[in-house]
Design a binder for this molecule. Structure first.
Ligand SMILES: Cc1ncc(COP(=O)(O)O)c(C=O)c1O
Length: 480
């Protein structure tokens, strides 16, 4: 053992760096190969029982060879992933990721930066992404933003900022008991995480009014106005309107500019849940569809959906950055700031949300934006909307299927025609999944189970859609 190395007996570094690098290079090549050939594989393969059983093994007390564990990854994990990298994956609203994002994740893991705070370059990268989002949404320089897991969390944080704004910052210590009852409003098509945010905040989902939508799935302003007036008459305190830019079921967009105007007149916080739709701001052709988003008090969205940053990369942007800071920042002795050194810097990400230990989500987002640019990303989004229109056209002309909702963006909901449509739709989707040919999902519209294709993937083409329609026909034909 070289001198001075005696106390290295326990460190977790490789004993043979060259051998480690060889394995690392092979793992990288394998994953590049995996992504390069994604179109040739099944969308999804269910992990067989004997594979699942491998995950019942005991907590390892003694370690194993890295090469063996990599072998397990290749055999037991890699073949059975979700499938959202595949062009025929159209279920839920999943981003596809990119090879660039994969490398950025690896680089971030190498640095192992804790981006809760402190004076290091990771915080600077996150600040730059925040400034870029200020520009993208025409928010002022005083706006603040922070990465979170996803839009569910981003909506929750925005709701807390709005709650503090309505009740005063001392609600943090005083609590909400004894204060006026706050009421929030969103459309009936709003994502379930808005009701959940009301529950988690202590305001209660009974105090979320779900406002009716028109035939296009967008919130009806007149109904919102009536609901707010009725609550005021009852002595309740309306505080928040959540507009949706891209509803989860059908991709509908609420009348954002009108909602913003109403909120301004009525002294209400206007938040936009733009989980996937907000980043249409990158597309010159689609951007007009979300006009009014720039008037919001806060916006929640995901880089991991339509911008294809690898999971996870949610973001919340708040116009009044000071209000966001007042909602979350705490003076803790162990986080004391200094003028210089590693503890310098005024606002740290941990002052803008509840997370203290945080990974470097900003890096994979920064790489994605740098390498592709907003124009290319925006064009990919617009292309998926064109493909949705193409699929809509194919289904409109089809005798065995009927559209179930208007196609506003990139989501097509449709149903088998004839008797037993609900059960047939479910069976069709199950069989497509199990065959590995395509992965749409099921949603319920007016209580009816319909097939839902959310076309998000940058790899999806017209050829994918044509194959999907023939697979659909074949599977439907073979149903008993
Ligand atoms: C409109 C909308 N809001 C919120 C969410 C939740 O986002 P996340 O899954 O990133 O928490 C989604 C997810 O698809 C969504 O479509």
């Amino acid at each position: 053992m070289p001198r001075g190395e005696e106390d290295r007996a326990l460190d977790l570094d490789p004993r043979d760096w060259d051998a480690f690098a060889g394995l690392g290079h092979r793992a990288l090549d394998d994953m590049v190969g995996f992504l390069r050939t994604v179109r040739d594989r099944a969308v999804w393969v269910e992990a067989p029982d004997d594979v699942r059983r491998q995950f019942d093994a005991d907590l390892p007390v003694a370690g194993r060879d890295f090469a063996d564990v990599l072998g397990d990854f290749d055999r037991l994990i890699k073949p059975y992933a979700t499938g959202n990298t595949h062009p025929a994956f159209m279920g839920w609203v999943h981003g596809a990721g990119t090879p660039v994002g994969m490398i950025a994740e690896m680089l971030a893991a190498g640095l192992n930066a804790n981006c809760g705070g402190r004076n290091h370059i990771g915080i600077e990268v996150e600040r730059q992404v925040t400034r870029w989002m200020q520009r993208a949404f025409r928010f002022p320089d005083t706006a603040a933003g922070v990465f979170v897991t996803g839009t569910s969390m981003a909506n929750f944080l925005a709701l807390l900022v709005a709650r503090n704004h309505a009740l005063g910052d001392d609600v943090r210590s005083r609590g909400i008991v004894g204060g006026p009852q706050l009421v929030a409003y969103a459309s009936k098509a709003a994502h379930g995480c808005i009701a959940q945010a009301m529950q988690l905040s202590g305001l209660g989902s009974d105090h979320l009014r779900l406002v009716a939508c028109g035939a296009d799935g967008a919130m009806r302003l007149a109904d919102l106005e009536a609901a707010v007036a009725a609550d005021r008459r009852r002595g309740l305190k309306p505080f928040l309107v959540v507009g949706t830019a891209g509803s989860v079921d059908i991709g509908a967009i609420d009348p954002l500019a009108q909602l913003a105007g109403f909120c301004r007149q009525s002294d209400l916080w206007f938040h936009v849940d733009g989980a996937f739709g907000a980043l249409l701001a990158f597309s010159p052709t689609m951007r007009p569809r979300i006009a009014g988003i720039e008037l919001a008090d806060s916006i929640a969205f995901d880089f991991h959906k339509w911008a294809h940053v690898p999971y996870d990369a949610g973001f919340v942007l708040v116009r009044d950055g000071a209000a966001q800071r007042r909602t979350f920042a705490s003076a803790n002795g162990y986080l004391t700031r200094s003028d210089v050194g590693l503890a310098a810097g005024e606002t740290w990400p941990c002052d803008l949300g509840p997370d203290l230990s945080r990974g470097f989500r900003a890096l994979k987002t920064w790489f994605t934006l740098q390498v592709f640019g907003t124009e290319h990303l925006g064009n990919c989004m617009a292309q998926t909307c064109d493909l949705a229109k193409y699929l809509e056209g194919r289904l409109q002309a089809h005798p065995d299927f009927a559209l179930s909702a208007p196609v506003a963006l990139n989501i097509v909901c449709f149903s088998a025609t004839g008797a037993d449509a609900d059960a047939r739709n479910r069976r069709i989707v199950e069989r497509l999944h199990v065959s590995g040919r395509a992965a749409p999902s099921i949603t319920l519209l007016d209580g009816k189970a319909v097939i839902r294709c959310a076309i998000v993937n940058h790899r999806t083409t017209r050829g994918t859609i044509d194959r999907f329609v023939s697979d659909l026909e074949e599977v439907a034909r073979d149903l008993p």
